[in-house]
Ligand binder design. Structure first.
Ligand code: SF4
Length: 411
C-alpha cells in the first residue's frame, strides 16, 4: 500500500543518494576490494600480489600511513601518492567514555563526522550470543579462543556501526532523527569505522570475539548497496564472519526482499517497537508505507540458516508501549508470524527534546515475563553508555549536553 508523503520522498532521496557514485572519494584506496586494488596497481605495471599486499596492509594490518606500508617498494608508494591516491581510512577524531566502559567515537570522514560505539562485553542481548542462535559452522565462521591477555581484559565486544549521517526515517523516540538525513556513507566509510575501532583497541580478531551491529546512525536498508559492499569488505578483507554481524531495519520492505536473496548475509533484526499498526504509525511513520503484516511477509521469505533466529527489537516507552496488554498483543503478533525469532526489550533511553518517559525496572521485568510465559525467548538490553549519549537511539553527535544518569537494569 503506497501512500505519498513527505516521508516517502525522503526514502526516495536516500535511495538515489546510495546509487550516486560521485559521492565516493575517487582516489581513496580504503574501501576498495583486493581485486580492485590489484587492478589499480596493475595500471602501474605491478603484479597482482602487490595489490594483495596493499589490501593486507589496509585491512588486516590496519596501516594508515604510506610510510608504514613497507611491503610495497618506496618508489611505488611515492608514485601512488604523487598521483593523488590517499589511503583514506576514517580516523577517530573524538572519544567519550562511559562509566560502564562503553566508548562513543566521532569518526572523521573526508566530509564530516559519524558516530560509532564500542561496547566491551556487549549489551546482554541476542547479538552478543551470536554463537547460540546462528550456525557458525557455516562458511566463513570463525572461532575465538577468548584469550584476554592482549587488550584490557574484555572477552567479547560489540561495535555499533553507522550507515548514514543522520536518518530520514524519523522515529519519534530517536535522537538521530532530529538530524534528518544528511548523506549516505560509502562502503569504505562504513567498514572504516570498524577498522578504526579495532585498531584503537589493538584487537587480534582470531583471539577475541567481536560482533558488529549495524544499528548506529541511519537506516542501513536505505543505503543498501553501500551497506552490503561494506559487509563484503568486512568479511573478505578484514576477516569478520557475517554470522557475527547483525543489521537492524525499521522495515524497508523492498530492501528486505533483496536481503532475502543474498547468498551470504548478516543476521537480521527488525525494529518493531509496537504491538500493532496504530501505535507503530504514531512512533514510526515508516509503518504507513510498509505496515507490520507486509514487513513480516517479506521477512518470511528469508531462507534462514540452521538455528538462526531474527530479533524483534522493542523499545519500551512508559505508558505507550509497555502496558500489560501491549505485551500480550506483542506475544500474539510474534507467535502469529511463525518466524524463528526472539525479542530484545530496550528501556527507552532519554534525550533532550523528546517527550517520552523511560519505564521502571519493574515494568520492564513484568513485560518480559508476559512474553516468557507465552513461550517467547526474550532478552532485556542492558543500556550501555547512556551517560555519554551512546545508547540505543541517542546518537546525535552530542558534544555539549549534560550527562544523563546511567541506568542499571537487571542482568
Ligand atoms: S531508530 Fe534508526 S531508523 Fe529510526 S530514526 Fe533512529 S536511526 Fe533512523
Amino acid at each position: 500500500m503506497e501512500q505519498p508523503s513527505q516521508y516517502g520522498n525522503a526514502v526516495e532521496t536516500a535511495s538515489e543518494m546510495a546509487g550516486n557514485p560521485s559521492r565516493e572519494p575517487d582516489l581513496g584506496l580504503f574501501g576498495k576490494s583486493s581485486s580492485e586494488l590489484v587492478s589499480i596497481l596493475g595500471e602501474y605495471g605491478e603484479k597482482p600480489y602487490r595489490g594483495r599486499q596493499l589490501a593486507e596492509a589496509l585491512y588486516r594490518q590496519r596501516l594508515n600511513h604510506w610510510d608504514a606500508i613497507t611491503t610495497l617498494p618506496a618508489t611505488l608508494r611515492q608514485r601512488l601518492a604523487a598521483d593523488g591516491w590517499t589511503l583514506g581510512r576514517p580516523e577517530i577524531a573524538e572519544s567519550f567514555r562511559s562509566i560502564d566502559g562503553t566508548e562513543r567515537y566521532l569518526i572523521q570522514t573526508a566530509e564530516d563526522t559519524v558516530e560509532t560505539v564500542w561496547m566491551p562485553e556487549g549489551d546482554g542481548t541476542a547479538e552478543d550470543a551470536s554463537d547460540t542462535n546462528a550456525d557458525t559452522s557455516a562458511e566463513g565462521g570463525e572461532k575465538a579462543d577468548e584469550d584476554d591477555s592482549d587488550t584490557g581484559g574484555w572477552k567479547r565486544a560489540t561495535i555499533c556501526v553507522s550507515s548514514q549521517v543522520g536518518c530520514a526515517v524519523n522515529c519519534q523516540f530517536c535522537l538521530t532523527a532530529k538530524l534528518g538525513l544528511q548523506r549516505n556513507l560509502t562502503a569504505g566509510e562504513i567498514a572504516g569505522q570498524v577498522v578504526a575501532v579495532l585498531n584503537r583497541h589493538k584487537v587480534v580478531l582470531n583471539k577475541k570475539r567481536v560482533n558488529l551491529v549495524f544499528m548506529g546512525m541511519g537506516e542501513p536498508f536505505l543505503n543498501y548497496d553501500n551497506f552490503m559492499a561494506a559487509v563484503r569488505l568486512l568479511r573478505d578483507e578484514v576477516g569478520i564472519a557475517t554470522q557475527r554481524m547483525t543489521v537492524s531495519t525499521s522495515g524497508i520492505v523492498p530492501a528486505v526482499r533483496r536481503f532475502a536473496q543474498e547468498p551470504d548475509r548478516p543476521r537480521l533484526a527488525i525494529s518493531l517497537n509496537a504491538p500493532n499498526d496504530s501505535i507503530r504509525e504514531t512512533l514510526m511513520p515508516i509503518n504507513r508505507k510498509w505496515p507490520i503484516a507486509e514487513l513480516v511477509d517479506a521477512v518470511r521469505a528469508i531462507p534462514f540458516r540452521q538455528r538462526e533466529k531474527i530479533t524483534f527489537e522493542y523499545v519500551l516507552l512508559d505508558g505507550v508501549t509497555n502496558r500489560r496488554e501491549d505485551a500480550r498483543e506483542l506475544a500474539a503478533l510474534v507467535r502469529r508470524s511463525q518466524l524463528p525469532c526472539m525479542v530484545n526489550l530496550i528501556a527507552w533511553n532519554p534525550g533532550p527534546g523528546i517527550a517520552y518517559s523511560s519505564p521502571t525496572q519493574d515494568s520492564v521485568l513484568a513485560f518480559q515475563q508476559e512474553l516468557v510465559v507465552a513461550g517467547i525467548q526474550t532478552y532485556i538490553r542492558r543500556p550501555r553508555g547512556r551517560d555519554i549519549y551512546a545508547a540505543c537511539g541517542q546518537l546525535k553527535r552530542t558534544t555539549d549536553q549534560p550527562p544523563i544518569p546511567a541506568l542499571v537494569m537487571p542482568q
